[in-house]
Design a protein around this ligand. Structure first.
Ligand SMILES: O=C(O)CCC(=O)C(=O)O
Length: 323
């Protein structure tokens, strides 16, 4: 039932990655998923529930056409910098609103790859892809019940990295086109991964978050982050291919890199942690919520500034995107 996962050839850190279990379940899968993985919060790759997914650029362009999305302009130099100098992270980076077709042009021309422009975590609600029957069916087969937000879309060029972080909810990442490499560390490694302080939220609101690690796992600065060596002993590597789903339990650290030269597309959904006992025991989750609470004065201040600005709608939509 479990198949080994191949290591990615570009890895520069010399380590023996652990293997995430992979199941190709026969029905019914719900009990297997709950008892083996969801109850204790253990990542697993699930193959065979999404059929032959192929959301290539042509399909997405024809389906999403003029739907507007907030697209993140990371810039290639970003990952050359010491993360401790960053003033924004994730949804805090520069965002521009583009139609899907405009973004598709940036992918086709190579500009998205050159400047690391990524369409990240965009809600599919109110778009032609708001409901995807095979996705809903797969989620139901796994017995997932309490969604936090609607389905989100992730599209980008090969070579983009969503840097190491964790989410305070369970997530299921579903691969629709191209492949992704995911590194995973368990919640027990929280402090060996040097998360940014929760107090950062006071200064930066939600532009900079305590759920991100200061370490680049593929080229760590051991002098600055010596305990990362211990974390590496607990690092899992997954190559996620089209049609596969990865269950990422709350608190599990993940760094996600798009592979290859072409466009890579996934959808994901976050779920309230179930069973509730696992949720209550998760220190990583409480820590993330405490950080968000500390962001409140900054958010209120930004909200008031946005209301007074000439570009109220744009400012408000950027604020909402961050939330
Ligand atoms: O696919 C990505 O770039 C990041 C996905 C992610 O962070 C997640 O699914 O929680």
């Amino acid at each position: 039932m479990f198949k080994p996962v191949q290591s990615h050839p570009k890895t520069v850190v010399e380590t023996q990655y652990l293997t995430v279990p992979r199941i190709e379940p026969e029905l019914p899968v719900q009990q297997l998923f709950f008892e083996g993985y969801q109850r204790e919060g253990i990542p697993v790759v699930i193959a065979g529930l999404l059929g032959n997914m192929n959301w290539n650029l042509e399909y997405l362009s024809q389906t999403l056409k003029d739907v507007e999305f907030p697209v993140r302009f990371y810039g290639r130099e970003r990952y050359e910098q010491d993360k401790r100098e960053w003033k924004s992270i994730g949804s805090g980076v520069a965002v521009r609103t583009l139609t899907f077709c405009q973004y598709a042009e940036l992918l086709r021309s190579g500009e998205a790859a050159a400047k690391d422009i990524y369409l990240a975590r965009c809600a599919l609600v109110n778009t032609p892809l708001a409901t995807v029957p095979i996705v809903a069916q797969a989620e139901a087969q796994l017995g997932l019940k309490f969604p936090v937000i609607p389905l989100s879309l992730w599209v980008g060029p090969g070579g983009h990295t969503s840097c190491l972080h964790y989410d305070p909810m369970d997530g299921v990442l579903m691969q629709m086109h191209g492949s992704k490499r995911i590194l995973l560390f368990p919640p027990s490694q929280l402090y060996n991964l040097y998360p940014f302080s929760v107090w950062k939220h006071l200064r930066y609101g939600l532009k900079h978050r305590a759920v991100y690690s200061q370490v680049y796992p593929d080229r760590p600065d051991y002098a600055a982050f010596p305990k990362f060596k211990q974390a590496l002993e607990h690092c899992y590597e997954v190559i996620l291919n089209p049609g596969e789903m990865l269950f990422i339990p709350a608190g599990w650290w993940h760094e996600v890199t798009t592979l290859g030269d072409g466009m890579v597309c996934s959808v994901n959904r976050w779920w309230h942690v179930y069973p509730i006992g696992r949720s209550l025991r998760s220190w990583s989750k409480w820590r993330a919520h405490f950080g968000s609470l500390l962001a409140t004065p900054h958010i209120v201040w930004n909200l008031l500034s946005a209301l007074q600005s000439d570009q109220v709608t744009r400012e408000l939509s950027q604020l909402l995107q961050r939330l």
